[in-house]
Design a protein around this ligand. Structure first.
Ligand code: ADP
Ligand code: TRP
Length: 321
C-alpha cells in the first residue's frame, strides 16, 4: 500500500502544513511504503525567482528530514528530477475535460487573489494527477483544501482506464478531519499566502512576537468566557499541549481569572518545545547540504524506476508503443 504526498517549495512551511499534511504522512511510514516529493514544477506556477525556488527547495527538504522523514525507509525526491511526470501529465491532459479544470477552487481562489492566470496554473491539477498516478499510489495524505484535486485525480484515472483499459491505480485522499484546517493567527485558514502563519521553524524572538501579537477581544481577565472552547489560542494550544493541559487552560478561561497574555505565553512555550528535537536535527542537517542533495538524488533514482515502469504501461495501453 503506497502512500505519497508532495509540498511545493513556494514559501516557508508552517504548522498548518505540518499537522495537515506532513505529520500524517510521516506517521504513514510505520504502516507501509511512503513516497514524498518536493513539488518544484508546481512552484513555477507562482514563483519566478530561481534563487527563491532553490532556497525553498532546500528548506522544504530540511523540514521533512528534521520532522522524521526517514530516507532509509522512504523515497524522497525533487519532482523535477523525474521528468517522466511531465509526459504523463500531457497524456492525462488529453483526457481531462475543460469543465473539470474550470471548476477547480484553487485556480479560482488564486486568480481572485490577483495571481495572473497562466496555462500552468490552470493545468496544475493535471500535473498533480500525474504526480500521484505515476507511482501507483493508493493513499494521499493532504489537508482539506486538496480534496478537490484528489477527486479530479480519481476522475482522470478512471477516464484513462475506461478509455485504454485497466492501467492506473485509483487513489484515495487521506484527510484527517480533526486537523483538516488549522486556523491561522487571524482565525482564517493558516496559509502562506494570507500572512497569518506560525512557521514550523524560525527565529525564536520573531515567533514569540507573532504569537504574543494574536489579537483577542477586550474583555478583562476576570470576566468569565463562556466561549473559551472557540478561543484561537486554546484551539492552537490543543495541537501542542497534552489534552489535560489544554483543557485546564480552557476551563480557567471559561471561569474567568486567566489573562490572554498568560494564555498566549503558554501557547508559545508549548509550541516551541514541541519542535525542539526537530529544530536541533534541522540545524545539523542544514550544516551539511551535500548530504541533503545526496538523499534527494538517491530518492530520485528509486522513484524513477517506478515511474518508468508505470509510464511504460501507460504508453503501451494508449498505443504510443
Ligand atoms: P499554503 O496554503 O500555505 O500555500 P500549501 O497549499 O502549500 O499551503 O499546502 C501544502 C499542504 O499542507 C497541503 O496538503 C495542504 O492541504 C496542507 N495545508 C496547508 N495549510 C493547511 C492548514 N491551514 N490546515 C491543514 N492543512 C493545511
Ligand atoms: N497541490 C499540493 C499543494 O499545493 C502539492 C502537490 C502537488 C501534491 N502534487 C501533489 C500533494 C501530489 C499531494 C500529492 O499543497
Amino acid at each position: 500500500m503506497r502512500t505519497l504526498t508532495g509540498i511545493q517549495p513556494s514559501g516557508t512551511l508552517h504548522i498548518g502544513n505540518y499537522f495537515g499534511a506532513m505529520r500524517p504522512a510521516i506517521e504513514a511510514q510505520a504502516r507501509g511504503e511512503c513516497f514524498y516529493f518536493i513539488a518544484d514544477y508546481h512552484s513555477m506556477t507562482t514563483v519566478t525567482d530561481p534563487q527563491e525556488r532553490r532556497r525553498h527547495t532546500l528548506g522544504v527538504a530540511l523540514d521533512w528530514l528534521a520532522c522524521g522523514l526517514d530516507p532509509a525507509r522512504s523515497v524522497f525526491w525533487r519532482q523535477s528530477d523525474v521528468p517522466e511526470v511531465t509526459e504523463l501529465a500531457w497524456i492525462l491532459g488529453t483526457l481531462t475535460p475543460m469543465g473539470l479544470l474550470e471548476r477547480a477552487h484553487s485556480y479560482k481562489d488564486k486568480t481572485a487573489r490577483g495571481i495572473s492566470p497562466n496555462f500552468g496554473l490552470f493545468a496544475y491539477p493535471v500535473l498533480m494527477a500525474a504526480d500521484i498516478l505515476l507511482y501507483d499510489t493508493r493513499r494521499v495524505p493532504v489537508g482539506r483544501d486538496q480534496k478537490q484535486h484528489l477527486e479530479m485525480t480519481r476522475d482522470i484515472a478512471i477516464k484513462f482506464n475506461q478509455t485504454y483499459g485497466e492501467t492506473l491505480v485509483v487513489p484515495e485522499a487521506e484527510i484527517r478531519e480533526d486537523l483538516a484546517v488549522i486556523p491561522g493567527l487571524d482565525g482564517q485558514k493558516m496559509s502562506k499566502s494570507y500572512g497569518n502563519t506560525i512557521d514550523l521553524f524560525g527565529d525564536e524572538k520573531v515567533l514569540r512576537k507573532r504569537i504574543m501579537g494574536i489579537v483577542m477581544d477586550s474583555r478583562p481577565p476576570a470576566e468569565p468566557k463562556p466561549d473559551a472552547d472557540r478561543n484561537l489560542a486554546v484551539q492552537l494550544l490543543r495541537l501542542f499541549a497534552p489534552a489535560e493541559v489544554a483543557r485546564d487552560f480552557e476551563e480557567r478561561l471559561r471561569a474567568g481569572g486567566l489573562g490572554y497574555g498568560d494564555l498566549k505565553k503558554a501557547l508559545f512555550e508549548h509550541y516551541w518545545n514541541t519542535f525542539a528535537a526537530a529544530r536541533a536535527r534541522r540545524a545539523e542537517l542544514a550544516a551539511n547540504p551535500d548530504h541533503v542533495e545526496a538523499v534527494l538524488r538517491e530518492g530520485a533514482e528509486r522513484a524513477r524506476k517506478v515511474a518508468r515502469e508505470v509510464l511504460g504501461r501507460v504508453r503501451r495501453a494508449s498505443g504510443l508503443e
